[in-house]
Write a protein that binds this ligand. Structure first.
Ligand SMILES: [Zn+2]
Length: 416
């Protein structure tokens, strides 16, 4: 009999016969794989799919990086874990509060729970902003956990990350935060950790710098997936149970002249309802805005005079390029959002449109290529690729990216 553990309402085996590996390839819209497979740049992925499975899953909403990475490592959407963007607005203090600190996490991670069962955990992320959230609850003194970022690999040490001198160990220097190498570092570290550390559970999370800049099939994007495929070949064996997915998709969001396609929603609402009557929150906003200029496909709006909500919803609904708009209650129910960190209204934009705040708030000077971005329903479809045939025990027909560890670990614990 296998012993089981329940984590955030899902049941996992605790005796694993293989290393359960989840790879989150940031921003990997399905077409990136299609294009690279088409010209035979991903032989290892091709073989993996032939012996495994390829599905399309839904991401959590908003289809942003942090909410989905946290969903993947807790197994639940943000209504459970609380992280619904890079920051939220607190109407009482009137402050915008960053959510990159573990104090905002409302659920334990799968890593923490398995670590407490005595298993070995390895977790590598590209950007450091995710590391403290992902590593929350891990302890490093007994050498059973390793968690570090490529970005701050030179600052890693035994007490804080379970490993020091990462750059010497991996023989790779610290990559630039805006580079393909940042993601390559994650994959190289994953291969070396599998061999040197032999974890029971491993999470590798890359960054979408390439995907924000280059469309599927672009030579630079193809090079990224070719690089990934090399490492995948080294991770895939009958000793590993692998799920490859993405935190969100990625769509072109520019006009024909190359300029960003955006609805500056705060300007529109200010003009119609007056300044300070509404507050448009874009939870994509973060310190790393060079590749998207804080323009995504999701916004939540706080309204001062609640009697105006219906009128404001109608106004937003009539803006060309808006896909859906809901009041808070409906949005939270439909998309599993935490009500206390969601505004009075939620809206998302069309496939090729983004939502901005006020035009002067967006610094677009760093956007050297036509805008590609994400956040809404058009970017929630992501690949879900496994090196095993059956997803068991099946939860529901609609697969979610945050079921990646559930299926990887259940397959790793299989008795046959
Ligand atoms: Zn992302």
């Amino acid at each position: 009999m296998t012993r089981n553990i329940t984590i955030n309402n899902k049941i996992y085996p605790t005796k694993l016969k293989k290393t359960a590996i989840v790879i989150c390839l940031d921003g990997s819209q399905k077409e990136y794989f299609d294009k690279a497979l088409e010209i035979n740049l991903m032989p290892n992925l091709k073989e993996l799919i032939e012996n495994g499975s390829f599905h399309l899953a839904h991401s959590a909403i908003p289809s942003f990086t942090n909410p989905n990475n946290i969903s993947i490592v807790t197994g639940q959407p943000s209504s459970v874990h609380g992280i619904c963007g890079n920051f939220f607005f607190d109407p009482i203090s009137q402050q915008e509060i960053m959510m990159n600190d573990p104090q905002f996490l409302r659920a334990p991670t799968i890593f923490e729970k398995f670590y407490n069962q005595g298993l070995k955990i390895a977790c590598v992320t590209a950007k450091d902003k995710l590391r403290t959230l992902l590593g929350n609850g891990l302890k490093y003194e007994d050498k059973r956990a390793i968690c570090f970022s490529a970005e701050k690999s030179n600052e890693s040490n035994e007490n804080k990350n379970g490993i020091g001198n990462v750059n010497d160990w991996l023989k790779m220097s610290v990559p630039n935060v805006y580079s393909q190498e940042l993601s390559e570092f994650v994959m190289a570290a994953g291969v070396k950790l599998l061999n040197d550390f032999n974890p029971d559970i491993m999470y590798l999370s890359t960054t979408d710098f390439i995907q924000h800049k280059y469309e599927p099939g672009h030579p630079t994007a193809n090079k990224f997936y070719e690089m990934f495929d090399n490492y995948l070949g080294l991770l895939n064996s009958n000793k590993s149970s692998i799920v490859i997915t993405a935190d969100h998709g990625m769509k072109s969001k520019s006009k024909n002249d190359g300029s960003p396609n955006a609805i500056y929603l705060q300007d529109i609402l200010n003009q119609k309802y007056g300044i300070n009557s509404t507050r448009v929150i874009l939870p994509i906003t973060d310190p790393y805005v060079v590749h998207h200029g804080a323009l995504g496909s999701y916004a939540t709006i706080y309204v001062n005079d609640l009697s105006k909500i219906e009128s404001i919803i109608e106004t937003i609904n009539n803006i060309q390029g808006i896909d859906v708009v809901f009041n808070k209650e409906d949005a939270c129910k439909k998309f599993n959002l935490p009500p206390d960190r969601t505004g009075d209204i939620v809206c998302m934009s069309d496939e090729n449109m983004t939502i901005g705040s006020s035009i002067e708030k967006h610094d677009l000077s760093g956007l050297n290529e036509p805008l590609r971005s994400h956040g809404g329903l058009f970017e929630r479809e992501v690949p879900f690729i496994t090196n095993f045939k059956e997803l068991k025990p099946k939860i529901t027909e609609q697969i979610y990216n945050y079921e990646a560890f559930y299926y990887a670990i259940n397959n790793a614990g299989k008795t046959s």
